[in-house]
Design a protein around this ligand. Structure first.
Ligand SMILES: NC(=O)c1ccc[n+]([C@@H]2O[C@H](COP(=O)([O-])OP(=O)(O)OC[C@H]3O[C@@H](n4cnc5c(N)ncnc54)[C@H](O)[C@@H]3O)[C@@H](O)[C@H]2O)c1
Length: 318
């Protein structure tokens, strides 16, 4: 059993991870400012919850003082949100990460950092591997790349044990379907459930390497339990390049009357995304991803049964 902290633990991926850590019997601290996450996502009787911003360095230090492992997931997500307010995105995603690393520099905690495939940005070569050049196209991507730089620097300069994971498009239970910046899959499923048409930005031929949240959680647990420490970034996606139009066809199996509007493309959106999971499979050979179609079905079932629990979260308008 370890003492483990999860920043952003009341959010989508974080809360799935918190549940899994508790199930494994770990002592869990959650740090979250509840800006997009929800307290109802976690069992506050079973974990030590701190309503603290990662920008608040002293508050963060206090909250993380006992942690041997820190999963740093707290962030201002969303590309469009970063285009509206780049400085706030930098403060949370870059400076907030620096604050987490400062705690680890003193405590020696193992830090897992959740970066994003968006750091590849302008590099259109597919599939992506970790040796490729990076070209952020948005403040969100730039803030994640700045944070990656700090993670690697602290790993080298101060020998902080670090594991730098680049998430691709993660989806699954507890992902909010409702707010202005909601991710595409929960938003579409939610609209379909309410007999509303869905909007596709562009012609729907764009592709994504969707990763089920349970797979992300398995990687995190495996990485923690086996102390997987790696010098550079690790792309976390299994190379399943799925177009939005294919996704719509799969959703039509659940919602045969689904109506689709094709609208103008959106600023900052990457056209295609796909990982070459060679390093991922080498470092995490035991983790087997769930097939996209089954994971999508599980997500639809979850939203049908429990969607209301995540449908009315904090308003995200800045
Ligand atoms: N979901 C994806 O597809 C995806 C893809 C790439 C990277 N990521 C990264 O994974 C992490 C988790 O993303 P998610 O999809 O669960 O998003 P989420 O918005 O559900 O979770 C982020 C959590 O961080 C919290 N938070 C935001 N600002 C904070 C602050 N200043 N202090 C403390 N807590 C703060 C939010 O309240 C929320 O609970 C993020 O770092 C995100 O950038 C996610």
């Amino acid at each position: 059993m370890a003492h483990v902290a999860v920043t952003g633990g009341a959010g989508f991926i974080g809360s799935n991870l918190v549940s899994a850590l508790l199930a494994e019997g770990h002592e869990v601290t959650v740090v979250d400012d509840l800006s997009t996450g929800m307290i109802s996502n976690i069992d506050t009787k079973k974990c030590d919850f701190h309503n603290v911003s990662i920008v608040d360095a002293p508050g963060l230090k206090k909250a993380l003082s006992k942690s041997e492992v820190i999963f740093h997931l707290g962030a201002r997500g969303s590309v469009p949100r970063s285009l509206k307010n780049p400085v706030a995105t930098h403060d949370v995603n870059a400076t907030g990460t620096l604050n987490v690393l400062e705690v680890a520099r003193e405590s020696g905690a193992h830090v897992f950092f959740s970066s994003s495939s968006s750091v590849y940005g302008r590099n259109g070569v597919l599939p992506k591997d970790e040796s490729m050049w990076l070209g952020p196209m948005t403040p969100y991507a730039a803030s994640k790349l700045a944070a990656e730089g700090y993670v690697q620097a602290y790993g080298t300069a101060y020998e902080v044990p670090v594991t730098l994971l680049r998430f691709f498009n993660v989806f699954g239970p507890k992902q909010r379907p409702d707010h202005e910046y909601a991710a595409v899959l929960p938003k579409w499923i939610w609209k379909a459930m309410h007999n509303e048409p869905i909007d596709v930005f562009g012609d729907g031929s764009q592709t994504r390497d969707f990763t089920y949240v349970k797979t992300v959680v398995s990687i995190c647990l495996d990485g923690m339990n086996r102390k997987v420490i790696h010098d550079g970034a690790i792309n976390l996606a299994y190379g399943n390049r799925i177009s939005l139009n294919t996704t719509i066809d799969l959703l039509k199996k659940h919602f045969p009357d689904l109506k689709v509007n094709y609208v103008a493309t959106r600023a900052g959106d990457v056209k295609d995304s796909q990982n070459a999971p060679v390093l991922l499979k080498k470092l995490f050979p035991e983790v087997l991803p769930m097939k996209f179609e089954s994971a999508l079905s599980e997500t639809v079932d979850w939203l049908k049964e429990f969607g209301e629990t995540v449908a009315h979260g904090p308003t995200v308008s800045d």
